[in-house]
Design a protein around this ligand. Sequence first.
Ligand SMILES: *Cc1c(COP(=O)(O)O)cnc(C)c1O
Length: 371
Amino acid sequence: MSRIFLSSPDVGPLEREALLRAFDSGWVAPAGPELEAFENDIAAITGWPGAVAMSSGTAALHLALLGHGVQPGDRVLVSSFTFAATANAVAYCGAEPTFIDSDTVTWNMSPQLLADELADSRRHNRLPTAVVVVDLYGQCADYDPIVAQCHELGIPVVEDAAEALGATYKGRPAGTLADTGVFSFNGNKIITTSGGGMFVSHDVEASNRVRNLATQARRPAVHYEHTEIGYNYRLSNLLAAMGRAQLQRLPVMSARRLQINARYRELLGDLPGVSFMPIAPWGGWNGWLTCVVFDDVATRDAVQHALDENDIESRPLWKPMHLQPVFASCRARVDGTSEYLFDHGLCLPSGSVLSDDQIDLVAKVALETAR
Ligand SMILES: *Cc1c(COP(=O)(O)O)cnc(C)c1O
């Protein structure tokens, strides 16, 4: 049997046809009708009029921060428990990330630790220029208290919803819970264009500015006039066509991931010393990855090893940014939550392409090892 991956792309005839249709149309470029239509499709899902398709989620984060005026030497508060791209985007601006630890309710940025850091920043007269909040593993952070305290100080908030397309918070869609939002369509995300991302905003002016920055900041003139440094960050029209096909299937793919999670809970739920990622009552989780936490680190390591021996991919939860060598000199407000999760947690294969038999095999290996 072939290797069971954590989250492989779920693509088929619909995506293939869309790709070929775009190819045959002649729009083989980072411009074209599919690109515009993909942006409109995302705008329809989020209810926000501004949407800009980008070459990656990281690029979208970078321009979101520039759009909020982040400059070299500035400070930006960032969730520590995340993939490196979130913090890298801050570094691209020449700004310095300060890492905020997670709460135990959703594993996302703790509103309390954020409040502590903001109070401290105020006392020292060094308020951050922006705050980036991550929606981890497809579940939204607790935005009401986070956004309220940031807005009270006039600080814009970026929602890194790279993993959270289709999730909701109190009935509102992920991506629209702060001032600007970012999605990723990388190969392992809930929908994919092989690589790609999207910037979203309620403010059409702001999104037009980001679109301009993403196309080398060309001013309207036949000879391409430039008054500032731009980037080459647009998504290809071909990939946008594929994104539209994936978006049509998002509800089905998300439902399948949730079904897989339910199956894991059924099969592993009674195992002593094992728990699942908590799902907060306000949320509509999209099911992106099933994450389990083992009380005993040695058991976690043994399960990971046993899965690998059986040609099954699993991975520890994200290594917190404040523990990453590259960010070792950055300030961090942490209380051990994300460090504990990194030490004890494991992501299990969760892709919507996986069959029930494959999930049962993963669970069987985990059970036999952990028992
Ligand atoms: C995947 C991911 C990104 C980056 O998206 P890319 O499209 O891979 O550049 C950013 N933040 C988080 C939390 C992610 O999981």
